[in-house]
Ligand binder design. Structure first.
Ligand SMILES: [Zn+2]
Length: 427
């Protein structure tokens, strides 16, 4: 454990700490973030002393990605510009990106929670960390970088892309820890195979994968093709970046949330009502220590659930289940809800199918049509594979899909975040 004292804090002491810090976040918004302060006052919160228990969190208004867009770029910052030492931004699939900022203290918190996430995965000082997350405005690269340095690892800041050079460096520098998106890790695995580099020439032990939803089936595929233990890391730039939660190597069932810095809730996305532990809903986070961009009840759009049962590893924090998908990513095909990760789960359960896929949605006439691009895992497709895929997907999802079984290597590969869906329907 990176910080045993905090990570095993008894729940009552942890909650007392959370309450004290929640008040600070409320006070920061009241005093320094006019749009959010006004919203709090409208909800009847005029002073942080109005917050007397963690239950009062329910009285506070939600915040959304649209708030960041509306006050783009710096309108929600709670500190003067000269105290902001780092900026990151999300890719912004629609319109403007969302910009987030960090003070020096915020970067310290981020490094701390990332060091914890790496230690959770069994990474120890001195290990060689091959960091293939993209460096730049995306939080993946620098987030893992800072945490690994703090932990005392030897960081190889290779960033994403150029897969042939990736595998050369991975072999020559003896990378033991692979950090990347899961889809890009698959790309690296395939390049290793193409270059004829066997796993015995590598020193990989563990992989920390995140930044896009992925499945247990993909975990098996990554472990098999890369010869490592694959662990899930969760985060989002609006809250801090990667490191909000991470799986422990002991159990690998749900990611421990760094609850002394981020307060989680799960809500019913349509009513906003808080759901009890164990129920599936939308994850909501409140930052407890962020200075530059404090967030109250930020709606992530991620669908998950929280497990409060004690974990075998000894940490006292709650665990969040693997994210099934984002509300934004959910497709509605002929009235049926479908997460791309559901297709992934089914596809990877079928023998002879490679872990590369893409969904294309069209509406040539009145009806939606969904085409699944995929590949056989061998050099040629086995007899009846297309029909088998079609049947299995229909059984699992209730939707009939067109299967476009392409030749190996034809489905577009990820260079960072995978493009899983191309929606060509008219809006
Ligand atoms: Zn654990």
């Amino acid at each position: 454990m990176w910080n045993p004292e905090v990570e095993t804090l008894p729940r009552d002491r942890l909650q007392a700490l959370q309450l004290e810090r929640l008040r600070q976040t409320v006070q920061r918004q009241l005093e320094h973030v006019p749009p959010m302060g006004d919203r709090l006052r409208a909800a009847g919160v005029r002073d942080s002393r109005d917050i007397t228990s963690l239950d009062d969190l329910k009285r506070l208004p939600f915040s959304h990605k649209t708030d960041l867009r509306e006050h783009y770029p710096f309108g929600l910052f709670a500190v003067p510009r000269d105290q902001v030492v780092r900026i990151h931004a999300s890719s912004g699939t629609r319109g403007k990106p969302t910009v987030v900022g960090y003070t020096r203290s915020d970067l310290g918190v981020w490094s701390e929670v990332m060091a914890r996430a790496l230690a959770l995965a069994g990474v120890t000082p001195g290990m060689v960390v091959h960091n293939a997350y993209g460096y730049g405005l995306f939080t993946g690269g620098l987030g893992f970088h800072m945490g690994a340095e703090l932990l005392g690892c030897m960081v190889v800041p290779i960033s994403g892309g150029l897969s042939q050079r990736q595998v050369l460096i991975l072999e020559d520098l003896g990378g033991q820890v692979l950090c990347s998106t899961p889809s890009y890790a698959l790309n690296i695995a395939q390049t290793l195979e193409e270059q004829g580099i066997g796993l015995e020439r590598l020193k990989l032990q563990v992989g920390l994968f995140g930044a896009e939803p992925w499945t247990e089936q993909l975990r098996d595929a990554l472990e098999g093709s890369l010869g490592l233990k694959a662990l899930n890391v969760y985060g989002l730039s609006e809250i801090v970046g990667p490191g909000v939660a991470g799986e422990c190597i002991e159990v690998r069932n749900g990611a421990h949330i760094a609850e002394d810095h981020f307060l989680p809730e799960v809500i019913d996305p349509s009513t906003g009502e808080v759901l009890p532990p164990g129920q599936v809903g939308e994850l909501v986070f409140t930052t407890l220590t962020k200075e530059a961009l404090p967030m109250l009840r930020y709606r992530t759009g991620d669908i998950s659930q929280i497990d409060i049962t004690p974990c075998m590893c000894g940490r006292t924090s709650v665990r969040m289940a693997r994210v099934r998908g984002r509300f934004d990513d959910m497709l509605i095909i002929r009235g049926v809800n479908l997460y791309p990760s559901e297709v992934e789960r089914v596809l990877l359960g079928i023998p002879d199918v490679a872990p590369h896929y893409q969904l294309i949605v069209e509406r040539p006439g009145a009806m939606d049509e969904l085409t699944v691009l995929c590949e056989p895992s061998g050099s040629v497709a086995t007899d009846g594979l297309t029909a088998r895929i079609q049947h299995t997907l229909r059984e699992a999802t209730g939707l009939s899909m067109r299967i476009d079984l392409q030749s190996p290597g034809s489905v577009p590969r990820s260079e960072g975040k995978a493009v899983r869906v191309i929606d060509n329907r008219p809006h």
